[in-house]
Design a protein around this ligand. Structure first.
Ligand SMILES: [Fe+2]
Length: 158
């Protein structure tokens, strides 16, 4: 079957030298294609599938940023405040778009997927790349995202 849409792809150039962070980043790249594919499918199931994708996006935004921020905090990363501010700013934008969708405005969905990918490319190249060589497979928590979020819910330090 032909792919429904041409989606931008993660390439080695975007690697930050930490396997689990690269894997998290790759997941963001799959979102716009998923959203567009769902949109072109049968509408009965598309709402449920869209909601599933949005839940995954929320989990990635929260859990992936926690993963990075905790690892950066643990190495006393100098530009941490600036990095967290960039994450918070993006999380707020994604949150607004998801709330609008759930509130009945379906028009921004395709734009949301595209915004996620263009933000993540820009963020990796301008900010995440700066911790290349500082973070590694040895000092980043590689557990699935859900555990990172649970630690926070249980009062562990961010
Ligand atoms: Fe980041």
């Amino acid at each position: 079957m032909e792919p429904v849409v041409e989606a931008p792809e993660w390439t080695e150039e975007l690697s930050v030298g930490v396997d689990v962070i690269d894997e998290d980043h790759q997941a963001f790249f799959r979102l716009p294609a998923l959203l567009k594919e769902i949109d072109s499918g049968d509408s009965d199931s598309s709402e449920m599938l869209t909601e599933t994708v949005l839940n995954i996006l929320e989990e990635y935004v929260e859990g992936h940023f926690l993963r990075e921020q905790r690892a950066l905090a643990a190495v006393d990363y100098p530009n941490l405040a600036e990095h967290i501010a960039a994450h918070d700013n993006f999380a707020a934008k994604v949150g607004d778009a998801i709330r609008a969708y759930r509130g009945g405005d379906k028009s921004g969905l395709a734009a949301l997927g595209d915004m996620v990918v263009s933000w993540i490319v820009n963020h990796i190249m301008t900010m995440d790349k700066k911790y290349y060589g500082i973070l590694s497979n040895d000092n980043v928590d590689s557990r699935p995202l859900v555990y990172l979020v649970e630690d926070t819910d249980n009062g562990a330090l961010e």
